[in-house]
Design a protein around this ligand. Structure first.
Ligand code: ATP
Ligand code: MG
Length: 206
């Protein structure tokens, strides 16, 4: 794409929603691969307030998750972090995330909502699932242990993307931190240090 085309096409912003408890390299590779594939100008990471799927379990304080996300993304000029879900408070629904980001970025911006294969499997159960697809193009990325399929989802509004397989989950990172196993190289160095500094995940209190 030449410079003129770049200037005239709508701005493309990827949206990477997650609990990020903690953020790990699986999230970062997913965002980076989607950015490269869809020529995204920016990827905004959006830490959830309280995720409705996880309301039963304890989630680390939003400010810790927000700061770890900032630390993890700081070195990439195209990566940013949004507080819309944290500042809205209450449970996070993707419909609200996308509606707020539409406001922030304006009608002229194309939004690309990036989601792993596990979350994609559940998307039809999300609040206002039909409206979601009118607010953003959806990018489903592969994740070890989950089939990547868009069955039942509107074809034109969804792309499936194979990314390098990283069998990393926040659940496993938390377990490792709790029992004293290393999280080095699973999460960015600054996040390893942040977890140690604030003693995160050492008890179930979070
Ligand atoms: P938890 O184990 O607490 O659920 P998680 O590792 O699944 O944490 P989330 O914050 O729940 O991380 O995920 C945010 C988004 O990133 C989701 O769309 C999820 O599918 C995707 N994702 C998480 N880990 C990976 C991975 N290793 N590869 C690809 N996508 C991933
Ligand atoms: Mg998850």
């Amino acid at each position: 794409m030449n410079a003129q085309q770049t200037a005239s096409r709508p701005r493309r912003v990827g949206v990477m929603g997650g609990t990020f408890d903690p953020i790990h390299h699986g999230h970062l590779v997913a965002a980076s691969e989607a950015a490269a594939t869809f020529d995204l100008d920016e990827v905004v990471f959006v830490p959830t307030g309280r995720p409705w799927q996880k309301s039963e379990s304890r989630v680390t304080a939003a400010e810790h998750r927000y700061l770890m996300t900032v630390i993890a993304t700081a070195s990439n000029p195209r990566f940013t972090v949004s507080r819309v879900d944290i500042d809205r408070g209450g449970q996070t629904y993707t419909i609200d995330t996308l509606t707020d980001l539409r406001e922030v970025y304006g009608e002229q911006t194309d939004l690309y909502f990036i989601t792993g294969a596990d979350a994609l499997e559940q998307i039809l159960s999300w609040k206002d699932a039909d409206v979601l697809f009118s607010l953003a193009h959806f990018v489903g990325v592969s994740r070890p242990g989950h089939d990547l399929s868009g069955d039942g989802l509107p074809e034109g509004d969804l792309s499936l993307l194979q990314i390098p397989a990283l069998a990393i989950s926040s659940t496993d990172c938390r377990r490792r931190a709790r029992v004293g196993l290393p999280v080095w190289y699973l999460v960015p160095d600054g996040v390893v240090q942040y977890i140690a500094k604030y003693n995160l995940y050492r008890s179930d209190i979070g």
